[in-house]
Design a protein around this ligand. Structure first.
Ligand code: ADP
Ligand code: ASP
Ligand code: MG
Length: 812
């Protein structure tokens, strides 16, 4: 025999109701069909009751809607011959309900007893509908056999009585095909006979009680999702069905918010070892999940995650609590007397503080109760008043295979920490099958995503990118991302999701990902965005594994990094400003990123995509010491000095560098050595030196007045230098030498200057806008390390930024 329970959504419209008939009729033998109220009806009944109790006549329209909906469902799903009888029964019930509500409205009070009576109509009506839908089915009255008793004012199942009454009620069902329909949720008091219920979601419980009492082969719970999922599918889009889980695992998950099964429902069937199958009424092909006692270990240690979002933390503390026996029991007794359940407990090792996780709606009462219990201690100052932290959420990570599997807690805490979320309290029992953490509610979605991502989707890793600046570098980066996305997903299991694209005055944001092929139009049509708006959007999205990619040259944008780090967001910067600004700021940023466990990468600040900074970092980390650096790191200046020729004067090469996108828009930033100074400062700092730009000696090769005038005047005056350069060029050519603008660190001195190198020196052969860096270290002493290659241009810079992004994902 089978017990099959259909939830409210499975009964809410014609389509699933037809499936209900199909499912039941496909079963052999005795089938007990337990039904909830049609979706939303219980809420509507409570609403009507409360409205009526406040004397507000508008309850009538709620009542009318409830009634009409039931009648409409009858008309749409029942065969002609049974519609009238079913409707007549429903009319009788509706009339009874109407009279009750009218009484409540007149008296202006809603005793619990009456409320229970009113909400019972949900299941009483739906069971009439379902009985009529299933030819030959017999409607049973659960008030006759699901019995409750009152314990300390609380309604509780009278287990033994219900079990024997269920057996008696189904006694004369034979093994032939018989169908019984039972309204779930509702019950009656064993002594008074008054209508009671098993609590919200209680139809699952009714079904489980019946399955256990009758020794059913299985209990099927049909709902609106494909099975028991790794997380609530309404919160985590990437959650997927768990094939099987144990009763204990299901209990932990359901107790922590997995609404799919009402927690008390797990107990009766688990005791009798009856499996529960969770299936989808809307998708008959889905395999569903099974909850049973002996389930296979599965490939993952964690089976599922669940969460409660209306939690708060109460902290009871005081020096006098240390070593005193009985404090905890007094706290729990005080709360239990008022039916307040504690779902998480965490105690400090000194026993001077105990933190309790409870539902937020109980916060005020719980605080009052505990403060009353300890009023003398608080008055004497040996205990502090109770502290309440509101707007909290709790996440439970559950799996029996977690036991004896080291590293789960470490992984959990580190992924949460890396995303800038603090854990307010946590608990793990000795069974090690559950770790619960309490966090601020505003971080719940992010936490669930990141935990789900790391424990269940480790087949691929996801990074959420904000790209700021869509000029030559940013634009090229977006093009490269669009081209590589699929391949990275396929071959490296890395999902790169661009969730924001901004330029100086506009921005587009979409946590589900922006289509990179059409972003220009979207950006064009976007509303205005200032710096504060950009900051708020990036931080406000509060999305996990976020990386802010700065492809601008803006000091304002760089000023946001600090906030981003504080919020667990990594930064990849092509922008050189932050790393070359005042030393104290640079050091503070790096320290903050380290502390917050986020990445601050700016490889492209020197030599575009060349691995210069990462090489210096690797050398230092392995214990080497950088003694000297000589570097040609201005692609622009190299381009200029490589292109000067008899027929290409100096002024023309400067213009060519600008036109070909090598120089900064104002080429004087390059000609003055400013850009090289910044790069030198960055290299030196990464090599372990403490310096500022003002510590670098700049030997200019252009008179100072060229830098003091306007850009227009500069361009006008520039040809006046051509003759001098041509004369020098000839001399160099005759001596077989070439110009290079070199940044150097030697003996604690920093300088940038135009120098001459004879043929044979590695700096002599340096084509186009290539860069070269010579690193002399303790280990690379006799023969310095040389890094050379294409060191300027939008696409190689974008490729370097891309490489930094990928290194955050740490894929290989
Ligand atoms: P019913 O009306 O069928 O009793 P419920 O709304 O009580 O349905 O329970 C099903 C809902 O439980 C799903 O729609 C889903 O949003 C929620 N849920 C929460 N956690 C989980 C989970 N881990 N797996 C499946 N569903 C879950
Ligand atoms: N109809 C009741 C409720 O909405 C019971 C149930 O659905 O299981 O809580
Ligand atoms: Mg339910």
């Amino acid at each position: 025999m089978k017990v099959i329970k259909f939830g409210g959504s499975s009964l809410a419209s014609a389509e699933p109701l037809f499936n209900v008939r199909k499912i039941v009729q496909s079963r052999q033998g005795v089938v007990v069909v337990v039904v909830s109220a049609t979706g939303g009806t219980t809420d509507a009944l409570y609403e009507a009751a409360r409205t009526a109790a406040s004397g507000d006549k508008s309850y009538l329209s709620v009542y009318q809607k409830i009634k009409e909906r039931q009648l409409e469902l009858c008309s749409s799903v029942l065969p002609e011959f049974s519609v009238q009888t079913a409707k007549a029964s429903l009319e009788v019930l509706a009339e009874e309900l109407g009279t009750l509500l009218d009484g409540v409205c007149t008296l202006g009070v809603l005793p619990e007893k009456t409320a229970s009576q009113i909400v019972s109509f949900g299941e009483r009506m739906s069971s009439v509908l379902v009985t009529a839908l299933l030819p030959g089915a017999k409607l049973m009255n659960s008030l006759d056999f699901i019995k409750t008793k009152s314990v300390d004012g609380r309604t509780m199942l009278d287990n033994e009585l219900s079990e024997s009454l269920v057996r008696k009620a189904f006694d004369n069902f034979s093994e032939s095909n018989e169908i019984a329909v039972v309204p779930g949720f509702i019950s009656s008091d064993a002594s008074s006979g008054a209508i009671t219920n098993l609590g919200r979601g209680g139809s699952d419980y009714t079904a489980s009680i019946i399955a256990a009492a009758l020794g059913a082969d299985s209990l099927e719970i049909w709902t609106d999702v494909d099975g028991f999922m790794t997380a609530d599918p309404k919160k985590i889009k990437t959650s997927y069905v768990i094939d099987e889980l144990s009763f204990n695992e299901a209990m932990e998950l359901c107790n922590y918010g997995a609404k799919v099964v009402y927690p008390p429902a797990l107990y009766p069937v688990s005791k009798k070892d009856i499996p529960i199958h969770i299936k989808n009424t809307f998708n008959l092909d889905s395999k569903g999940s099974v909850i049973h006692r002996h389930c296979s270990p599965g490939s993952r240690a964690v089976r599922g995650i669940s969460s409660i979002d209306n939690a708060c933390i109460l902290s009871v503390s005081g020096p006098s609590m240390a070593g005193i026996v009985g404090i905890d029991s007094r706290i729990f007794r005080a709360l239990a007397h008022h039916d307040i359940s504690v779902f998480l407990v965490s105690q400090s090792s000194s026993e001077t503080n105990i933190s309790l996780g409870i539902m937020e709606e109980h916060a005020r009462l719980a605080q009052t109760l505990i403060e009353k219990e300890f009023e003398h201690e608080i008055a004497a100052g040996s205990m502090s008043p109770v502290e309440v932290q509101r707007e909290m959420a709790t996440v439970a990570v559950v799996g029996e295979q977690m036991k004896g599997n080291p590293g789960i807690a470490g992984k959990l805490f580190s992924v949460i920490g890396q995303n800038g979320i603090s854990i307010v309290a946590c608990a793990q029992g000795v069974e090690e099958s559950n770790i619960s953490i309490v966090i601020e509610r505003k971080n719940l979605r992010k936490a669930l995503n990141v935990i789900h991502d790391s424990f269940f989707l480790s087949v691929y890793q996801e990074l959420n990118l904000f790209i700021c600046g869509v000029g030559t570098v940013g634009g090229s980066l977006i093009g490269q991302l669009a081209a590589q996305k699929e391949k990275l997903m396929r071959e490296n299991n890395l999902k790169l999701n661009v969730v924001g694209i901004a330029r100086s005055t506009k921005g587009i944001f979409d946590r589900d990902g922006i289509d990179l092929n059409g972003y220009e139009t979207l950006l064009e049509n976007a509303g205005p965005l200032d710096l504060a708006g950009l900051r708020d959007e990036v931080i406000g999205m509060n999305i996990f594994n976020s990386v802010f990619v700065d492809c601008t040259a803006s000091a304002d944008v760089a000023s946001l990094y600090k906030d981003f780090f504080e919020h667990g967001i990594s930064v990849v910067a092509a922008n050189k400003i932050a790393a070359s600004s005042g030393y104290a700021d640079y050091a503070a940023l790096k320290e903050l990123a380290r502390r917050r466990n986020v990445k601050f990468l700016f490889e492209t600040n020197v030599g575009a995509g060349l691995p210069i900074i990462s090489t210096i970092n690797a050398l230092r980390k392995s214990g080497d010491k950088v003694e000297k650096i000589e570097a040609v790191v201005s692609g622009t200046l190299n381009f200029i000095f490589n292109n000067i020729a008899e027929d290409v004067p100096f002024s023309r090469t400067v213009m060519m560098a600008k036109e070909q996108g090598f120089s900064e828009p104002d080429p004087r930033i390059d000609l003055s050595g400013k850009d090289v100074i910044r790069k030198l400062v960055i290299l030196a700092r990464e090599a372990g030196y403490v310096l500022d730009q003002s510590d670098v000696e700049a030997r200019l090769f252009i008179p100072q007045d060229f830098f003091d005038c306007s850009l227009e005047e500069f361009w006008a005056k520039l040809p006046s230098l051509d003759a001098g350069f041509e004369q020098e060029r000839r001399r160099l050519a005759s001596e077989n030498k070439r110009w290079r603008f070199v940044a150097s660190i030697e003996d604690g001195k920093y300088s940038v200057s135009l120098r001459e190198f004879a043929q044979g020196h590695s700096f002599y052969e340096l084509e186009g806008s290539n860069n070269i860096v010579l690193l002399t270290t303790e280990r690379y002493h006799e023969h310095p390390m040389l890094i050379q290659g294409y060191g300027a241009g939008a696409s190689v810079t974008a490729a370097g930024v891309f490489a930094d992004i990928i290194s955050i994902a740490n894929i290989n």
